[in-house]
Design a protein around this ligand. Structure first.
Ligand code: AMP
Ligand code: GLY
Length: 410
């Protein structure tokens, strides 16, 4: 098979790397990819759905895997399928689970799925009144639509809340949610699904804040880890039975069959796990810490999910730990410069995986080309070993202004 991976981050590099190992696969293409994927795939210059459709048709792509959510929310899956092109992921209607937080809240409440209490407003005047009358330290404010990680505020003051409301409700038909602020530990649980059956991936946790000890602003993710001890086995089956399955059923009641990968961002509260958000695709950086544990054939599992054949499909995972540390450009998540030469990649031993994100080739050199530059990843028998091993990789690599957290996995 010829496989096309859509996206340019470390998640997509990890997907391409795993797809390449499949016995079903002859060649992997990435669009647009990065310097890392360019080492073993053909990178294509395609970014829009139209360009991707054209390239997939011209190259005779047999199967497409989409990394970023915006393509899914914009309907790439139905566009491909209309042309008889096979693709992994939910349709636009199903991807609303990530694309609209108010839609998701309705599904959760209708189906008694545990989540934070919420107030939804479609008028900025009423939203601001709510902000002025309540202690904002007990609430989280969320823009309704996709916001590239900038759509959530944990306000400290009313003034901050009001300015967020105004900024996010400037256009027409905008909605905003005020959500009860939950306390607890956050975990990400992802599952392959054919709309009826689920096959869970090992649980993972990402580190969203830029600095050690969860300091500084939120980022796209500064690292992640997966370890069997992250959540007890009975809690995992509780999450599957009480959260993921009822979500699929709730969607089916509305005539929507969700296929592909379902990602639940959960808070493990004193009352049990509650849904913070759903994503309609693999998490970044969770994927980098989870896919290296997959023993089964990724492409087989994906095809089983989107063809209704997941029931009874055995998906095998290593019972090991994996840690993935992000190296970022100076200034990220704020403004940053690109074009810095990356040194030392060749010194990283092969058992440490370096998934590229914002990188590109400049002549023979690899240079930085984004905020998050690399995800340095290692698998080991214990989490401590996986952490130590991935940092051994990090310390071999240098570029001007590189920064990374020193507490990934802790
Ligand atoms: P989301 O994109 O909805 O996952 O929100 C981004 C981050 O904001 C989450 O990973 C949490 O750290 C935080 N967050 C979101 N909703 C809540 C909530 N109801 N209570 C506490 N923290 C939250
Ligand atoms: N790690 C969170 C996300 O992928 O959105």
């Amino acid at each position: 098979m010829k496989i096309l991976i859509v996206g340019r981050g470390a998640r997509e590099h990890a997907l391409a790397w795993k797809a390449q190992q499949s016995l079903l696969v002859e060649k992997v293409y990435c669009a647009p990819g990065n310097a890392g994927t360019g080492e073993f795939c053909t990178n294509l210059n395609a970014n829009t759905i139209d360009q991707l459709v054209d390239q997939a048709t011209a190259l005779g792509i047999d199967y497409t895997i989409v990394g970023p959510e915006n393509y899914l929310v914009d309907g790439i899956v139905e566009r491909f399928r209309q042309l008889g092109l096979k693709i992994f992921g939910p349709t636009a209607e199903a991807a609303k689970l990530e694309g609209s937080k108010s839609f998701t809240k309705e599904i959760l409440i209708e189906n008694n799925i545990p989540t934070a209490r919420a107030e939804v407003f479609d008028s900025s005047r009423r939203a601001n009144n709510f902000a002025l009358r309540n202690d904002m330290n007990s609430w989280v404010i969320k823009a309704d639509g996709l916001a590239s990680g900038k759509g959530v505020l944990l306000p400290k003051t009313c003034a901050e809340a009001v300015s967020f409301v105004l900024k996010n409700m400037a256009g027409e038909n905008q909605k905003i949610l005020f959500e009860e602020r939950l306390q607890g530990r956050e975990v990400s649980v992802m599952a392959f699904t054919d709309g009826y059956n689920l096959s869970l991936l090992p649980p993972a946790q990402d580190h969203k804040r830029v600095f050690d000890n969860n300091g500084g602003p939120n980022t796209g993710g500064m690292g992640s880890f997966s370890t069997p001890e992250l959540i007890e086995k009975n809690l995992i089956s509780h999450i599957s039975e009480e959260i993921l399955k009822p979500t699929l059923i709730g969607l089916r009641k509305r005539g929507i069959t969700y296929t592909g990968l379902l990602y639940a961002g959960l808070m493990i509260t004193s009352e049990g796990p509650k849904v913070l958000e759903f994503n309609c695709r693999l998490g970044d950086p969770e994927t980098q810490a989870v896919l290296p544990l997959l023993k089964s054939d990724l492409i087989e599992v994906m095809i089983a999910s989107d063809s209704g054949r997941l029931l009874g499909k055995q998906v095998l995972w290593e019972e090991k730990s994996c840690c993935s540390v992000v190296m970022a450009s100076k200034g990220y998540p704020g403004d940053y410069e690109t074009g810095k030469r990356i040194y030392g990649l060749e010194k990283v031993p092969p058992e440490i995986l370096v998934f590229h994100a914002g990188t590109k080739l400049h002549g023979k050199n690899t240079i930085t080309d984004g905020g998050r530059v690399l995800s340095v990843t290692a698998v080991a028998n214990s989490l401590e070993e996986a952490i130590a091993k991935s940092y051994r990789g990090v310390h071999k690599i240098h570029f001007e202004g590189a920064h990374f957290r020193r507490d990934i996995g802790k």
